[in-house]
Write a protein that binds this ligand. Structure first.
Ligand code: PXP
Length: 236
């Protein structure tokens, strides 16, 4: 299974001080150097983390695969056509949400979807749609011309009871199998972390996971050790 690393929160941290550091491009290069198969960023309408310049710099720097998560808007369609990431992932977007909540409502948007995707596909950009592990959503994604479905693992990640966790995994496993049987490639993401990732190794249809928060949060604490020591070496 491959790992795609979402570096949005590096930009969140940078933006907290309005300065240049930490640089999401430096983070992307480091993630690639350590074996990440792709770099994911979400250019949100409010630009709360990744900004347009970050996206342009990421495009120039990333050599594995750049996955632009984006809402289904004309503005983002145009940006994707100019930026040419290898892949776009269509996600729902509400201004007030803390992070992407739930999968893209493909039923509600189906009538405009194929038209929206057409120029992106013509430009050679692969299309992934972030959906709930649901048969109907998978059918519509395939019909609309998606290459990949990203199964939303947020419900799985939020469950605490063993039985509920098993039930969510069952849904994800079934959805992955079904999507694959329709010729779609399957990836998964949202809320995955060091504690809950292991069962995904057994779902052979899922070729990649997309992880952001857990990795950046872990990096802050594992990196703090060296950061403190380095400052002490300088001042002592
Ligand atoms: N996949 C999608 C489509 C997302 O929107 C996000 C969050 O930006 C992720 C994966 C990564 O989720 P997390 O930050 O919880 O690992």
């Amino acid at each position: 299974m491959r790992l795609a690393v979402n570096i949005d929160h590096i930009a969140t941290l940078r933006n907290a001080r309005g300065e240049q550091e930490p640089d999401p491009v430096a983070a992307a290069l480091l993630a690639e150097k350590c074996g990440a198969a792709g770099i994911v960023c979400h250019l949100r309408e409010d630009r709360r983390h990744i900004k347009d310049l970050d996206l342009a710099r990421l495009r120039s720097a990333v050599t594995t695969k750049l996955d632009l998560e984006m809402a289904m808007t004309a503005e983002l369609q145009e940006i994707a056509l100019i930026t040419r990431p290898e892949l776009i992932t269509l996600v729902p977007e509400k201004r007030e949400e803390l992070t992407t909540e739930g999968g893209f409502n493909i039923t509600a948007h189906y009538s405009e979807l194929a038209e929206f995707l057409k120029p992106l596909k013509a430009a050679g950009i692969e299309i992934s749609i972030f959906i709930e592990p649901d048969k109907k959503a998978i059918d519509l994604a395939a019909e609309a011309g998606a290459d990949i479905v990203e199964l939303h693992t947020g419900s799985y990640a939020q469950k605490a009871e063993e039985e509920e966790i098993a039930l969510e995994l069952q849904k994800i496993r079934g959805a992955a199998r079904y999507a694959k049987s329709l010729g779609l490639r399957v990836v998964a993401g949202h809320g995955l972390n060091y504690q809950n990732i292991a069962p995904f190794k057994e779902i052979s249809e899922i070729e990649e996971v997309s992880i952001g928060h857990a990795i950046i949060a872990r990096a802050v604490l594992t990196g703090l050790d060296e950061a403190v020591r380095e400052m002490l070496r300088i001042i002592q």
